[in-house]
Write a protein that binds this ligand. Structure first.
Ligand code: ADP
Ligand code: MG
Length: 226
């Protein structure tokens, strides 16, 4: 959980998603110990298998996500695939209730970098966007743009937005406006560290009560390959 603290509310949301099927498995197994009807035994066994399957799917995605990355591990990364993967992971962390997702991908949008680190950046931005729409829902828009010398990723929400005093501090480590357990204040600090290392840029536009758009500009996938 401490390792994952870098992405904010992940541990709490994840613990919840793993704990639910575990409770179900516990209940079914308790019944099973007393059950005399074979048909019911079979049915409950099948339900246990389903619940285990769901739990292991979560764990599989998580190990993929938290695998130790080495700086050498650089490749050309398809940003559209990474966004889809990030969306899947973010769904374990936060509730998408009343949130519609719109994708506007340009084919061939790519960046040169570490795929796990890029995933980390995108999960953080999506998680924040969804948390900003916790009250009353809204629309999450994921956009990619292929440029002559790189690519842009835009993550836009119709959530609470930020006052300028907040906006000034969002990249500071441990700066958070969220209650304990929901935010660590490390998410955007990590985002900035990774994007800076990749020689990319982050741009933020925000309006209170209207929403926020984060744009990450990744330098050309072929830059430095002279
Ligand atoms: P955390 O999410 O753990 O609070 P972050 O570094 O990810 O830490 O974000 C820092 C703060 O920036 C948040 O607490 C929130 O106040 C603000 N913030 C980030 N993204 C958004 C967003 N999309 N909409 C509104 N506020 C945001
Ligand atoms: Mg965050």
């Amino acid at each position: 959980a401490e390792k994952l603290a870098g992405i904010g509310s992940f541990p709490a949301g994840l613990a919840h998603d793993i704990n639910n099927p575990l409770q179900l498995i516990m209940g079914l197994a308790e019944n099973l110990a007393e059950e005399k009807d074979w048909k019911a035994v079979h049915e409950q066994a099948r339900e246990i298998v389903d619940a285990v399957r769901r739990t292991s799917a979560i764990c599989r995605d998580l190990t993929q996500y938290s695998r130790k990355t080495s700086a050498r591990d650089e490749t050309v990364v398809c940003l559209n695939n990474r966004l889809d993967e990030a969306l899947k992971i973010a769904r374990y962390a936060v509730s998408f209730h009343d949130i519609t997702v719109r994708k506007d991908y340009e084919e061939g949008s790519a960046a040169r970098g570490n795929p796990d680190e890029i995933l980390h950046v995108l999960v953080n931005l999506i998680t924040n966007a969804v948390q900003a729409m916790e009250q009353g829902g809204g629309r999450l828009t994921l956009t990619t743009e292929r440029l002559f010398d790189g690519a842009n990723v835009r993550i836009s929400d119709t959530g609470c937005g930020m006052e300028s005093e907040v906006l000034e501090q969002i990249f500071e480590p441990f700066f958070t406006t969220k209650e304990p357990g929901k935010g660590t204040g490390l998410g955007l600090y990590n985002v900035k560290t990774i994007v800076t290392k990749m020689r990319g840029k982050i741009d933020v536009e925000s309006r209170v009560d209207h929403g926020t758009t984060f744009t990450i500009s990744f330098p050309s996938a072929s830059e430095g390959l002279t």
